[in-house]
Design a protein around this ligand. Structure first.
Ligand SMILES: [Mg+2]
Length: 419
């Protein structure tokens, strides 16, 4: 039977600050993003601050009201991400596969033939290794089970510094007393709806007929709910080595003046798509969903996404997909902003080599263009249609030059869906 371990570092951001600055240990601290004074948001609170009810997502002002002695520290995300990678690297020494869940949480695949007792020994060694290598103040909660949802549930049962196991024979006992909202995947939307159906515990969820759940929540969610209610859990892990680090790649551009001519809009779109393509290539990524967002002069917008039949690798392919979306607009109003995003990313290693001659030719061309641009700067080599944009910008009446035009394109944050 498969054994999966879930690890969650306790109060991650605050713990790392306390590790780095021993004078903060044992004190209530809040880690907040950049901003002015009390308008910042707490991204993480120390165990000491949590006792006062301070939670992440609160404003610093609210946190200070609950806990007047709280020390607010500016977040240093680069350092937190760097430390995460070190933690995931340590985990990798204890099993064949690490599947990252968040910045401070990951699943570890343990070897199949391992007994539950051996799994517990591995978990203890892993916890010790993290203390030894990351810092003595850094503790984590670990859960072990035969599926991911249950392993995560187990790690949350004991905080801080916990180690909990849910074996198949433990499931019924735990299901009878555990509220459904403790299960990862039952969020603020599903939770009240299930409660209204009279389902409060995991066991109650399991006793619900599958047909009733699928009729209410759809095939996918309904089946998942029925399965997890009966202790049937997914045990498929995706190694972080084969997954892209980013969820999407996008670019947006606010035009110096509204444009109404569809062929001008297409040129801007092509420019943005080439940028997206350049970044996908840089990171060896391909994407399957293309989203187009337009904001019009009157502040209304057009927002459409479409799944493609195959993974797209080049900027031009992204452009063709985005152009199709553009055609769905019945009457194009003057456009103020154009944004294009590619999501559903995968790395190239997961794709088969281009099959058809035309694709191969295109692929060879793309990679040449890419290496030229890498050597001589972006947009040294670009498609014919882009030349027209450069010229057009040259002629702007206010004297703006092309150099001003290109860098204004802004990168869309890969961790948010929209501009
Ligand atoms: Mg945590």
């Amino acid at each position: 039977m498969k054994k999966i371990l879930h690890l969650d570092v306790n109060s991650y951001f605050a713990t790392l600050e306390q590790q780095a600055y021993p004078s903060l240990r044992g004190k209530p601290i809040g880690v907040a993003g950049k901003g002015k004074g009390e308008r910042t948001v707490v991204a993480g609170a120390s165990i000491e601050a949590k006792k006062f009810g301070v939670k992440s997502g609160m404003s610093s002002w609210e946190a200070k009201r609950l806990c007047p002695k709280i020390i607010i520290i500016e977040a240093d995300y680069d350092r937190y991400i760097f430390t995460s990678k070190r933690i995931f690297n340590i985990m990798e020494r204890f099993g064949p596969k690490v599947d990252i869940f968040s910045i401070d949480e990951a699943f570890l695949d343990l070897y199949d033939d391992m007994s539950w007792d051996e799994a517990i020994i591995i978990a203890k060694r892993l916890k010790q290794a993290i203390r030894r290598e990351i810092g003595e103040w850094v503790s984590c909660s670990v859960g072990i089970s035969y599926g991911k949802t249950l392993a995560k549930l187990a790690s949350e049962m004991q905080k801080p510094d916990g180690l909990t196991v849910i074996r198949p024979e433990d499931f019924a006992k735990i299901a009878a007393v555990t509220p459904i909202e403790e299960l990862c995947g039952i969020g603020f939307r599903l939770h009240p709806r299930l409660n209204r159906m009279g389902i409060n515990t995991i066991a109650e969820l399991g006793s619900m007929p599958c047909e009733m759940l699928t009729a209410t929540f759809g095939e996918y969610t309904g089946t998942w709910l029925h399965n997890i209610g009966n202790g049937r859990d997914s045990n498929i892990l995706h190694s972080w080595r084969s997954l892209p680090q980013e969820k999407s790649i996008g670019h947006s551009y606010t035009l110096p003046q509204d444009i109404a001519n569809p062929s001008d809009v297409k040129k801007v779109l092509l420019l943005l798509c080439e940028r997206v393509g350049a970044r996908m290539r840089q990171k060896n990524l391909a994407g399957k969903t293309v989203s187009l967002y337009l904001r019009f002069g009157d502040r209304t917008g057009f927002d459409e996404s479409r799944n493609q039949k195959r993974f797209l690798r080049s900027g031009y392919d992204v452009y063709l997909a985005a152009e199709n979306l553009l055609h769905e607009i019945s009457s194009l109003q003057p456009v103020r902003l154009v944004a294009v995003t590619v999501s559903d990313l995968t790395s190239w290693e997961n794709l088969s080599a281009p099959l058809f001659v035309e694709e191969q030719r295109q692929e060879a061309l793309n990679s040449q263009v890419h290496s030229l641009n890498r050597r001589y700067g972006e947009f040294t080599v670009f498609r014919g249609a882009l030349a027209a944009i450069k010229k057009r910008i040259h002629k702007l009446p206010d004297g703006r030059n092309k150099r001003l035009y290109l860098p204004q394109i802004t990168e869309i944050n890969p961790f948010t869906k929209r501009v």
